[in-house]
Ligand binder design. Structure first.
Ligand code: CA
Length: 662
């Protein structure tokens, strides 16, 4: 029986006898809403409570197993119907580490045997749930684990990383290759003697590590994790860590303990951790959602097909009460149980504004410093009006939720739709306003001409923390590859200048700064733009590049330190930015110059001038009166001062940044 037939069967009994539906859909609005917080499997020493929401079910079976796969069920238990569409059973005895599945019957048809959508532990490939005693999974010292200090969201500097990319390369010197535990190793070195892994991230100085999907996803066979690679944007069990990143995917406890150990170690090293979450679609429509309440968790087209605003074949329905509740409970679970410090919402523009704001409120009740951001766009036509969705244009309607700034990203390096197009750093005309847009943190500023900004013709951020400034991420070519492709005639030293200027803009702009892992050593994916399932040879970080491009790494880490030492680069409010960031006459359309009032920001520098020259020729810029000390030029960063300029002007070399202070 196809899913469509199942949907039709659910529909029939609720239709009035007089109607003549041909393709009528079930009215999900009529489904009961359960408001309790006890759905899922809850373990106690003497009993385990199993409770699911399946309002259209006519029967539900629970099967208990000794192992995570294979073998016959030890017990099969019928659940009884409880209130608001829930089904429940309580099994006495100590079920710790037992495996289980549910199976739902709808109008005589048994659906697939699966763990519940709330499962907290699973066995290999996520096909069976495990009754877990969460306390027993805590690593030593977990009760003392603390989030590293954080004052303002604008203090955040994000490092976007795939768990496996960090350690997989033999030259990483890391023992636990491709595993959560790889992020816990210290003292690791490349063959050239450079720091790798955690030591490397720490020395770069970023504040947050953003991990690409690390919940249980579908595409990697956990019995042979080395056979294939995937980014992980194909969710299976939302509340469980991915098994292929654990040292034992069969035992449901191991991935949980190792994930916690990773968080604890990163926290101990002063790094906060962000999880990439993908509630906007499921791996496919044979998902756990559809094995419990067929259709309900998804949006559909008028003709009854799955709506596909994600480009992945389906799109979830965050606006439906039980999906909204699911998302809120899921992120809160990660924040509380795993001490996560932030969430990056994949295709957030698919979700509705109200759900995102409720998520924000719930997470900030747990800890007001948790950071939430997402992609403020969808990947196709959505089944919900755009005015209601958490797209970039609606950022100001989101409360303490940030979005990626693609306007400035593409202004800096060139548009995403044409890989050969150039940007500000490669001397493309007409790109300066898109860069200025990011410099002010995407807020409204009297000196930005919004009509000339790449995509948005208006300031979409209400406050600077709402913009994630970046020039590259896991999607599309790496910055280095992109610069090479779009500037085929440029020499390597010229490309390096463009690269350094790109992230000098990001790391000095107002808002939240974001770096793609490896950019600090000119990461290459050999021209592969969409490497989501490319082999490790394309995706893994190549640590030999660190020694080769050491000056680039030093420049990046120098800029990160500069940003951390100088609050003028990370003002917490739009009001402060409007008052204390003034653009200066630059004398050339591809030169940007601005002055920061350091004194008003408690900065030890009372005045700062930042100049970016996007031209391929040197340009002279007039300086405000007085003597100025250069802290950053195109070559290096030195906060103590590279040299002093006694006005009235300065020559900025081609394709370079210059930061001066008084
Ligand atoms: Ca998996």
């Amino acid at each position: 029986m196809t899913l469509k037939t199942i949907l039709a069967l659910i529909l029939l009994p609720v239709l009035p006898a007089s109607s003549k539906p041909v393709r009528a859909l079930p009215s999900y609005d009529n489904y009961p809403v359960y408001t309790g917080n006890d759905l899922g499997v809850h373990y106690f020493h003497g009993k385990t409570v199993f409770k699911i929401w399946a309002p259209t079910a006519s029967a539900v079976k629970l099967r208990l197993y000794a192992a995570d796969n294979g073998g016959k069920a030890l017990h099969t238990i019928r659940l009884f119907k409880a209130n608001k569409g829930t089904w429940q059973t309580i099994v006495s005895g100590d079920l710790k580490n037992s495996y289980y599945t549910f199976q739902v019957n709808i109008n005589g048809r048994w659906l697939k045997e699966r763990p519940d959508i709330y499962a907290k532990a699973v066995g290999v490939n996520g096909m069976r749930g495990m009754v877990v005693d969460l306390k027993a999974t805590n690593p030593v010292g977990w009760s003392k684990d603390k989030r590293p200090a954080q004052k303002n969201f604008t203090d955040i500097i994000i490092y976007e990383l795939h768990v496996r990319d960090l350690s997989e390369n033999p030259n990483s010197g890391i023992k636990h290759k491709g595993k959560f535990l790889g992020l816990t190793e210290t003292g690791t070195r490349s063959p050239q003697g450079e720091m790798t892994g955690l030591d490397h991230i720490k020395s770069l100085g970023v504040t947050h590590v953003h991990l690409l999907p690390s919940f249980d996803y579908n595409s990697i066979d956990e019995t042979k994790p080395d056979e294939k690679y995937n980014w992980g944007y194909d969710p299976l069990n939302y509340n469980v860590p991915e098994g292929s990143y654990s040292t034992d995917p069969y035992n449901g406890n191991v991935r949980i303990r190792e994930f916690k150990k990773m968080i604890e170690t990163l926290h101990d090293n002063g790094l906060r951790v962000i999880l990439d979450v993908v509630y906007n679609h499921t791996s496919d429509t044979s998902s756990n959602f559809n094995q419990f309440v067929p259709g309900y968790f998804y949006r559909h087209t008028a003709k009854g097909a799955y709506s596909n605003g994600t480009g992945c074949g389906n799109e979830t329905a965050s606006e439906r009460p039980m999906m909204r509740k699911y998302m809120i409970e899921s992120v809160c679970y990660w924040a509380k149980e795993y001490h996560l410090d932030g969430f990056r919402f994949d295709l957030m523009g698919v979700h509705d504004i109200e759900t995102m704001n409720e998520i924000s409120a719930a997470l900030h009740k747990i800890d007001p410093t948790i950071f939430i951001y997402g992609e403020g766009w969808s990947a196709g036509n959505c089944g919900l009006d755009e005015n209601l969705r958490a797209v970039k244009a609606n950022a100001a309607k989101l409360d303490k939720v940030a979005v990626f700034n693609d306007d400035t990203r593409d202004g800096i390096k060139g548009g995403w739709s044409d890989v050969k197009s150039k940007g500000f750093v490669s001397a493309a005309p007409g790109t300066a306003e898109s860069v200025k847009f990011g410099i002010v943190g995407a807020i409204s500023h009297p000196q930005v001409d919004y009509s000339k900004v790449d995509y948005s013709k208006t300031a979409w951020a209400a406050e600077p923390y709402q913009t994630i400034n970046y020039v590259s991420c896991h999607d599309d070519n790496t910055l280095w590859d992109r610069l090479k492709i779009s500037n085929p005639a440029a020499s390597e030293p010229e490309l390096i200048k463009m690269d350094k200027l790109s992230n000098a803009i990001v790391l000095t702009s107002q808002g939240v700064a974001f770096l793609h892992a490896g950019a600090e050593m000119l990461r290459s994916k050999h021209g592969v733009a969409n490497s989501f399932e490319s082999p490790d040879s394309i995706n893994q970080l190549d640590w030999s590049r660190k020694a080769k491009y050491k000056a680039v790494f030093d420049y990046y880490s120098g800029l990160v330190a500069l940003r951390k030492h100088h609050p003028a680069f990370r003002m917490p409010s739009a009001k402060m930015i409007r008052a204390n960031l003034k653009f200066l006459p630059a004398g050339d359309p591809n030169v940007i110059a601005y002055r920061l009032n350091g004194r008003a920001c408690d900065d030890q520098w009372k005045s700062i001038v930042v100049i970016f020259n996007g031209n391929t020729t040197d340009k002279r810029v007039e300086l405000p009166s007085g003597s100025w000390t250069i802290a950053v030029d195109g070559d290096s960063v030195n906060e103590a001062g590279i040299r002093v300029i006694n006005g009235p002007g300065i020559t900025i070399p081609a394709t370079s940044a210059c930061i001066l202070f008084q």
